[in-house]
Write a protein that binds this ligand. Structure first.
Ligand code: TXA
Ligand code: MG
Length: 330
């Protein structure tokens, strides 16, 4: 007979918002456990950033191949200053976009309680103040920074719903807090501010145009060949089906990821067609991208054919994620 112990019994369950869910989340984090945490970008796999053994559970749950640095989440800029050293550019960006979908990589502040494992031993630290009200509640109630990568098994599509977290990670998480569909739908933009010109490490939920306007100068590009983490590796965000980019024609056994006026070709099955935004709105398309990839992938098509998407604004991050989803798998 299968015995289920009381502590294992309810693992991986989805809890709706409310005081009891908040209490359960804080209790799990206090025990060094990991939880699924809604943020405005994607759901995170969160644990106490100050405890190495709690952070180790994140890597274990995600099955990340190596220890790669994690983002430490804090309620706001004031709390972030305890963990990182902010120059004038970093302060300007924090003031303009926090709380929100921006991550700042800054020099690690000696004496900060963030564990070396959370930053993978680097002398820099990625910090973000998420805007999602539930993330804010958990961070303020817990009172310590939370290390949180996207809550997907390594290399797979990031989750934008509580159900997707539970499906991908199940019992590896103590519980999943349900904050509804993530409104931005793409991970945060990552900008490195380490004394030199601010550098774009990953396009994301805040557009390059908005960041450059706040800085009053252009962002520097990531150095060629400088791979600093799995989210920056070529193959990532991968559905099971191969992904074909900038598709203009389609085969009958393919699924179609459309954008704008492209309607469903008659020979494509209805469940194999998703239009990210018939109106051509990039914000709407970003919010729907990962769930659309999941939905189409579940129909087991020969390939997912993605229509071209403009490269400005949030289109830069959408195209970045599609390019990685289409990259050769290792
Ligand atoms: O929107 C987001 O950023 C979500 C939510 C949960 O906050 N988090 C997220 O985390 O996307 P993750 O681990 O999937 O992606 C974070 C990326 C990784 O590619 C990691 O290598 C990079 O940030 N990173 C973390 N710390 C870094 C550091 N000190 N220097 C350079 N890159 C860093
Ligand atoms: Mg990720």
């Amino acid at each position: 007979m299968l015995e289920i112990s009381p502590t294992q019994g309810g693992r991986g369950r989805i809890l709706g918002p409310g005081p009891e869910a908040l209490e359960a989340a804080v209790a799990a984090l206090s025990e060094g456990d990991v939880i699924g945490l809604p943020t405005e970008t994607v759901y995170g796999l969160a644990a106490d950033a100050t405890r190495g053994e709690a952070v180790a559970r994140i890597y274990e749950a995600k099955r990340r191949p190596a220890f790669n640095p994690l983002i430490a989440h804090v309620p706001g800029h004031t709390e972030a200053e305890a963990h990182g050293l902010f120059d004038a550019d970093a302060r300007r960006l924090a003031a303009a976009f926090w709380p929100g979908p921006l991550t700042l990589v800054v020099p690690f502040r000696p004496g900060s309680a963030v564990s070396a494992l959370a930053r993978a031993g680097l002398d820099s630290l990625a910090l973000r103040a998420p805007a999602h009200p539930l993330a804010q509640e958990v961070l303020r109630a817990f009172g310590r920074p939370l290390a949180a990568p996207s809550a997907n098994p390594s290399g797979r599509i990031s989750p934008t719903t509580a159900a997707a977290v539970a499906a991908g990670l199940g019992e590896a998480v103590a519980l999943v807090l349900d904050g509804g569909p993530a409104p931005v739908g793409l991970e945060s933009t990552i900008v490195e501010c380490r004394g030199g010109p601010p550098r774009l490490l990953r396009p994301g939920g805040v557009t390059r145009e908005a960041i450059e306007a706040a800085l009053g100068k252009p962002l520097a590009e990531r150095e060629q060949g400088a791979i600093r983490g799995p989210g920056l590796l070529a193959s990532h965000y991968a559905p099971s089906a191969p992904v074909r980019l900038a598709a203009a024609t389609f085969a009958a056994d393919e699924a179609v990821l459309a954008f704008g006026p492209l309607t469903r070709p008659a020979f494509i099955r209805p469940e194999r067609y998703v239009n990210l935004s018939p109106a051509g709105d990039l914000r709407e398309a970003a919010a729907r991208l990962f769930e659309a990839l999941r939905t189409l992938d579940a129909t087991q098509p020969a390939a997912i054919a993605a229509a071209p998407i403009p490269g400005h604004g949030l289109g830069e991050a959408i195209n970045d994620r599609l390019l990685r989803a289409a990259a050769p798998r290792v």
